[in-house]
Design a protein. Structure first.
Length: 389
């Protein structure tokens, strides 16, 4: 059974690829460990209220955290082949079949980061340093260092770089799991070349899925904030009222105002530890493309002559050949209803369960196919590096 994927895409339904075909994020402009200094203080809601009433709490946070926020300048060489240009029309015709000459150009960009270890380990975004030939780190005190990329993970957009320095200032890391909408937050970074820029706002929402904000090739549940974030803020810290990092600023939606997104620090910290230890991160991969089954989706699918009896769940619209899902017997048109006995009603729940699974350890899937319930075991494999989804 083959589902008309184009038909579903044009219907405006949000899709997600668990290691399948990437959907470009065209709307998006572009964490006690020996590596991370995590505060031992427990969560105290009253401290936020007290700090919020203090008109100088932002100043105090900036004074405390600012020295550990850095500017990152990256340069990469882009090689392209362009046809040789001749002003004479005859020469243009005569030499039109000659091989084009490779042309090199240097692409430069800048972003932000923050120091997580006094020995020079820095967290930033993967897209800030991806493919960079050179990385330069500038501290707030004016010192500059050559940076070395220890590892990067495009799937979560997290990277760790290292500079040769000691006794550097660091920022304590908070706990993004306990964030509540409405909490005050502060962003520090270097937007549009304006170094050491401070903006403030609140947590607008938590748990924004990558597919909702138009970044379906990522595996992150983002923090949404109205603190102003602009190009160049990428990789900088989002801080709470106690001066703890609770997120890494990473994305904006073009054309929108007051909509910024940050990677939760718990996610950034977990990925950062793996990058420091191994230089890479292996993400579980099934090889399916899916859509949340809603009454509207079901109605459209039925019009295609496909019989779907399930009322809710996650509909598979593509299974990648030779993928773990394919080898386990999953098929297009299957509706996933539970994973490891946990009911799933949308693609975000499936993404989270798969991302939190272990490579090589089977997931027990309950699916509905042609009105019958089936039990299938799928063992996730490492996400192929050529596919960043």
């Amino acid at each position: 059974m083959k589902i008309n994927l184009l038909f579903v895409l044009l219907s405006g339904v949000a899709l997600s690829a668990m290691g399948g075909c990437s959907i470009p994020a065209s709307r998006i402009s572009q964490t006690p460990s020996p590596y991370f200094h995590t505060p031992s203080a427990s969560f105290a809601p009253s401290s936020i209220l007290q700090s919020s009433q203090d008109t100088n709490f932002i100043v105090k946070v900036v004074q405390k955290a600012g020295p550990a926020v850095v500017r990152i300048d990256a340069a990469r060489t882009i090689i392209s082949r362009e046809p040789t240009e001749f002003s004479d029309p005859f020469l243009r015709r005569f030499f039109r079949d000659l091989p084009s000459e490779p042309r090199r150009r240097i692409e430069k960009g800048s972003g932000s980061g923050f120091i997580i270890n006094p020995n020079g380990q820095i967290l930033t975004n993967s897209h800030v340093v991806n493919g960079a030939d050179t990385v330069t780190v500038r501290l707030k005190d004016g010192r500059t260092f050559d940076g070395r990329v220890l590892g990067e993970d495009p799937v979560t957009d997290v990277a760790v770089i290292k500079i040769n320095a000691n006794n550097l200032p660091t920022i304590p890391l908070g706990n993004s799991e306990i964030l509540q909408p409405g909490e005050p937050v502060i962003a520090i970074g270097n937007p549009l070349g304006l170094d050491n820029t401070v903006t403030s706002g609140i947590v607008s929402a938590t748990g924004r899925s990558s597919s909702v904000i138009g970044a379906s090739d990522k595996r992150v549940d983002y923090i949404q904030t109205d603190a102003a974030i602009n190009p160049g803020n990428s990789g900088g810290p989002l801080l709470n009222a106690r001066g703890e990092v609770i997120g890494m600023n990473t994305a904006i939606i073009q054309g929108a105002q007051g909509l910024g997104f940050a990677i939760p620090i718990n996610t950034a910290q977990r990925i950062g530890k793996e990058l420091i230890a191994k230089g890479k991160v292996d993400h579980p991969y099934l090889g399916i493309q899916m859509v949340t089954l809603t009454p509207e989706v079901k109605q459209r699918i039925v019009k295609l002559g496909i019989n779907i009896t399930a009322e809710q769940g996650v509909l598979l619209i593509d299974v990648i050949p030779n993928s773990p899902a394919d080898r386990a017997g999953l098929q297009e048109g299957d509706v996933i209803q539970s994973i490891n006995n946990q009911s799933v009603a949308n693609i975000e729940q499936v993404q989270k369960l798969v991302e939190n699974s272990k490579i090589g350890f089977p997931l027990q899937l309950q699916v509905q196919r042609n009105g019958q319930t089936r039990q299938l075991a799928v063992s996730p494999a490492p996400l192929p590096t050529r596919q960043e989804s």
